[in-house]
Ligand binder design. Structure first.
Ligand SMILES: [Zn+2]
Length: 362
C-alpha cells in the first residue's frame, strides 16, 4: 500500500490544495507524480468564452499551477447560455472576459496563479504571450487565429489542443511534435463567410461542455506528462445524431506548416490598427511592427507641447489637448516602449492611426 502512504503524506504536507485533489490523485494514470506536474505546469487558454471557459474551469480545478488567459472581448448577455465562467452581473458591468475568467479562477482554485491578458492574440504578440507556457488551449472562434497558434506550436514545439463547437457539433485535436498539425487537417482556409459560426448557426451549452471537457482532458494529459495517453486524430461529436468519432489525420508530407516550415499565419503582415474591446480605444502598431524599442523620453518631450503626459516606466500616458474626437473630447494617448500606441476616446481606426502617426511618429 505504498501508494496509499505517499498519498496520505502528500495530502498532509500540502494541506488544502492536496485535499482538493484527493479524488483525482486516486486515478492510476495521474497519481501524486502527475498531480505534482500539474502544479508545476503553465497553460495558456486563448479565448475565454464558451470552449475556453470550460477548459479554464477544469484546468483550474485540476490544479494546473499557472494559467494565462487571453481574450479582448467583454462579457455580453447573449454569452451566458454557454459561457460557464460568467454571471449576469459580469454582462451588466461589461467586464472583459479575461478579467472575469481570472476572478472566477481565483475564487475556486487558490493554488493557481492566473494572468489575465485583455488583448487580441495575433501574429504580433502570440510569441510573447506564450513565453514560458507548456501547453496552449484553443478557445477561439475563427480559423485564422487558430492557424497563428498552430504555426507557433509547430515552430516552437509547444503542445496545442484545438477545440471548436458550433450548432450541435464539437471537435478537438491535439497538435504535438511528430503528429499531424491543424493545417494537415485543414490545408485550405475557407473563404470568409463560408463556415458556420455560433452567430449564424447557433450553439447549445452541452455541446460546448462536451467538446471543452474533452479538450481539457487532453490538456491535462499533456500538463501531467502523460503524452502517451493522448488521443491522436480529429475527435468529433455530432450531437444531432449522437455520434462521437475519431478521424485519423495523417501528417501531410507537403503541409505548408509542419513539413515545409513556412509559418505563413505567424509571419503574416499585421494590420496596424485594432479596436481594444470594451474600452472605446484603438491600438495602433508602429509602421514597422512592434518589438523595437522607441525613445520614450524624446517622444515625451515632443508630446509635452500638445498636452500633459506622465512617463511611468516603459509607458507614457496623457491627454492631447489640441486633438479632439468627433464629440470634442481630447484623445487619450498611451505610448509603450515597444512603439505601440493606444488612442483612447476613439473608435475610428483611421483617425487613431492618423493621431498616432502625427503625434508619435514611426
Ligand atoms: Zn501539418
Amino acid at each position: 500500500m505504498s501508494a496509499g502512504v505517499s498519498l496520505f503524506a502528500t495530502t498532509r504536507d500540502n494541506g488544502a490544495v492536496s485535499e482538493m485533489h484527493q479524488r483525482q490523485i486516486l486515478l492510476d494514470w495521474l497519481g501524486v507524480e502527475g498531480q505534482r506536474r500539474l502544479a508545476e505546469s503553465h497553460a495558456m487558454v486563448v479565448g475565454c468564452g464558451a470552449i475556453g471557459g470550460v477548459v479554464i474551469e477544469w484546468l483550474a480545478r485540476a490544479g494546473v499551477g499557472q494559467l494565462t488567459l487571453v481574450d479582448r472581448d467583454i462579457v455580453e448577455t447573449s454569452n451566458l447560455h454557454r459561457q460557464v465562467l460568467f454571471t449576469a452581473q459580469d454582462a451588466a458591468d461589461r467586464v472583459p472576459k479575461a478579467e472575469a475568467a481570472a476572478r472566477r479562477v481565483r475564487s475556486l482554485a487558490t493554488g493557481t496563479r492566473v494572468h489575465a491578458c485583455v488583448e487580441h492574440c495575433g501574429p504580433e504578440n502570440a510569441e510573447e504571450l506564450a513565453r514560458g507556457v507548456h501547453v496552449i488551449a484553443d478557445g477561439l472562434d475563427n480559423m485564422e487565429s487558430r492557424m497563428v497558434l498552430n504555426d507557433l506550436a509547430v515552430r516552437d514545439r509547444i503542445p496545442f489542443v484545438h477545440a471548436a463547437a458550433v450548432a450541435m457539433q464539437g471537435r478537438s485535436m491535439a497538435i504535438v511534435p511528430g503528429y499531424a498539425c491543424l493545417r494537415c487537417a485543414f490545408p485550405e482556409m475557407p473563404a470568409p463567410g463560408v463556415l458556420q459560426t455560433c452567430d449564424t448557426a447557433g450553439v447549445l451549452g452541452p455541446v460546448v461542455g462536451l467538446a471543452g471537457s474533452f479538450a481539457a482532458l487532453q490538456v491535462l494529459r499533456l500538463a501531467a506528462g502523460r503524452e502517451d495517453l493522448l488521443l491522436h486524430g480529429l475527435w468529433s461529436a455530432d450531437l444531432e445524431t449522437n455520434r462521437i468519432t475519431t478521424i485519423s489525420v495523417p501528417r501531410d508530407p507537403a503541409c505548408t506548416c509542419c513539413a515545409q516550415k513556412k509559418f505563413e499565419f505567424l509571419n503574416a503582415a499585421v494590420e496596424r490598427t485594432a479596436h481594444v474591446c470594451g474600452r472605446g480605444a484603438v491600438q495602433v502598431l508602429p509602421p514597422h511592427g512592434s518589438g523595437q524599442s522607441v525613445n520614450l523620453s524624446g517622444i515625451a518631450e515632443r508630446l509635452s507641447r500638445h498636452g500633459h503626459f506622465d512617463h511611468h516606466g516603459d509607458r507614457l500616458h496623457g491627454e492631447l489637448v489640441d486633438a479632439v474626437n468627433a464629440e470634442g473630447q481630447p484623445y487619450e494617448l498611451t505610448v509603450f516602449g515597444d512603439g505601440r500606441v493606444i488612442v483612447g476616446r476613439c473608435t475610428d481606426l483611421e483617425a487613431a492611426q492618423s493621431v498616432a502617426d502625427r503625434f508619435v511618429g514611426g
